[in-house]
Design a protein around this ligand. Sequence first.
Ligand code: 16G
Ligand code: ZN
Length: 533
Amino acid sequence: QLPLDDIARLADLHPKPGHIRFQYGTAGFRTLGSVLDSVLFRVGVLAGLRSKKLDGKTIGVMVTASHNPEPDNGVKLVDPRGEMLEASWEAHATSLANAASTEDFLQAVDAVVKNAKIDLSKPAKVIYARDTRPSGPSLVASLEDGLKAIGAETRDAGVTTTPILHYLVRAINTKGTSAEYGDDSEDGYFKKLSGAFKQLVSGKPALPPLVVDCANGVGANAVEKIVPYLGDSLTFIPHNTATATPGALNNACGADYVKTTQKLPPSLANELKSGERGCSFDGDADRLMYFYIDARNQFRMLDGDKIAALVAGFIVELVKNAGLEEKIRVGIVQTAYANGSSTKYLADRLPVRCVPTGVKHLHHAAEHFNIGVYFEANGHGTVLFSPETQGTLASYEPSTPAQSTALKHLRNLVQLINQTVGDALSDLLLVETVLAHKSYSGVEWDSLYVDLPNRLVKVLVADVRAFQTEDAERRLVSPRGLQGKIDALVKRYEGGRSFVRPSGTEDVVRVYAEAVMKSQADELAFRVAGLVY
Ligand code: 16G
Ligand code: ZN
């Protein structure tokens, strides 16, 4: 009993542009905002179906293109626990988005209903939000038409960050249960994070003010809103907060700019003096990069790998000090992009797993540890505490004052960390907590290990699909014979490592290389690129 007439009438208002093939990839649907109207409508219908499939649990829809340029936009679904859409539904999303006509779309919807065995009599509940992109309002209107067509009960979370939307989804679905995640409002989110942070740093000397580059995106709103909650526990100096200036979003600023150029955003050039630290969010505030200016006035980047090392070390120490070493196993998940030095540093201290690029892979691997820390080098990451571990932390009786203090800190970390997805604001408070506890400036943090020089290049190839990988993207299986040539080349470089993988977000192949010297890392990257081309 699909409301076929309603769906058809509204679908006619959102025809699919011919010739474009849409793909629900690692970042959901993402392309120019101007061609996404039909996709948003259809995602609305799909979100309703997903909710019905899960017995009326609330599904999230986030309209954002993260660190991409301002004209881009995108959309992704959030499952009831605040996690990425289950992988098997990505194909449903792609099939709905590519139906050529309204009639084809109705058939595609029917196929999903049958294939996923959806009981249409169940309710559908969906919460949605968008970032600050100019194309956002009209795309949200298209989404609303799709939600109306499928008869979903909706809640508009307005303009907010991706991690806040994930938080809200989890909070709504756990309301009134023993796993209640927090109050399902922005206020609940800010209270939860700031409350835990204040307890964690209470009694520690206040850190100097923190420069925060908000990428001229929605993170600026979150930073502004949390200030009154934090009181004097932490002071921000926000920059790049021009969310209404056309063309400003992610332009020469933000976490992706810092990571890919390995430079300070020009807008911060006169803001940081020697010894001072700062950080950058990306356009939807789910990635975080730190940096500082060293004694020689050089910019030094502290990326996701450095965050992982800092945070994992701190958590391992707390677990040990709490006397819980035997009960709680802490592990790390990385991708092939993790700097070789970080992997070595971490592997000496705790189990490290490598998985393919993309948050869903990292997240799922991290769930296999009692406490799983994952960060991509690009700054996206979080820490997961398994339900059993949260139980252990809640019921454990410490036997010394030192154990009791460490336990209290661990309990507060469970509250501080947004366990649904990477969260620039929550991760920022986590980093600041560790810096305060260790009395570290950027210098001491940076010296945990020394990054190997590295180089990332993208190569335009005739057919990206010809490139297939294994071993967590570290080796090519196709084109045949290519990996052997890469291996032979890598051997000639001291500390050399290189891998080639097809991008999941662009029509290119990426080549990564590292070596003990910068010139060698560059050379290796370009020679491997030469093999690929
Ligand atoms: C997406 C992924 C990110 C990954 C990036 C790699 C999610 C939510 N985001 O942005 O984790 O690092 O793609 O892009 O999974 P690439 O495949 O183009 O190198
Ligand atoms: Zn992002």
